[in-house]
Design a protein around this ligand. Structure first.
Ligand SMILES: Cc1cc2nc3c(=O)[nH]c(=O)nc-3n(C[C@H](O)[C@H](O)[C@H](O)COP(=O)(O)O)c2cc1C
Length: 173
């Protein structure tokens, strides 16, 4: 997966949506780098799940959820946070997902648990982004790792472009 945006949510924006990014990045800060690029475009605030009690979501117009992929899944703390989202914000808070992983061409699978949890609460996923992240897990460390220097400038440029598109899609009509 490169990135996808749901066209149905597109509108002509007059300003940026008030956005919050909630993410976990524990291996090489790969996802944090992507989050900071997206946040820069959106003017978004960033938080970890632990820093984001659900009451903090009030007033936001767009929610970004990000994670590295660990054993085929997003970080467990993030997944539990998403599973606990109250449905009260579902109609007013469109969501996008972003991940970094060793194998981002499998992002359809990596994103599935998050998408299922969001769908079960009635949240709409308006965009998805995935890119390569430097990976030195286990035996990969011996060979110098996978995806050396990723996310690189090209990945971050794609993340900024994605953020620009998602900003349009996230503007309330
Ligand atoms: C314990 C562990 C398990 C991982 N499992 C996977 C995996 O199942 N699939 C994959 O594509 N990448 C996997 N990776 C690679 C990470 O997803 C990748 O390095 C990611 O960019 C880490 O993001 P972070 O630096 O934000 O934590 C794993 C890395 C670690 C440390």
């Amino acid at each position: 997966m490169a990135s996808t945006i749901t066209p149905a949510a597109a509108s002509t924006p007059s300003s940026r949506p008030r956005a919050l990014l909630v993410y976990k990045s524990v291996h090489h800060q790969n996802t944090a780098k992507v989050a900071h690029e997206i946040a820069g475009v959106l003017g978004a605030e960033c938080a970890s799940p632990a820093e984001c009690p659900y009451a903090r979501l009030a007033g936001y117009e767009l929610l970004g959820i990000g994670s590295g992929v660990y054993y085929g899944r997003p970080h467990e703390e993030l997944l539990q946070w998403v599973r606990g989202l109250p449905d009260v914000y579902a109609r007013s808070l469109p969501v996008f997902i972003f991940t970094t992983s060793g194998l981002p061409f499998l992002a359809t699978f990596w994103h599935r648990p998050l998408k299922q949890a969001l769908a079960s609460k009635g949240y709409e996923v308006i965009g998805e982004f995935a890119c390569r992240g430097f990976d030195t897990w286990g035996p990969l460390w011996l060979s110098g790792g996978l995806n050396w220097r990723h996310p690189n400038e090209r990945d971050l440029e794609r993340a900024r472009e994605f953020a620009g598109r998602v900003a349009h899609a996230g503007i309330p009509t």
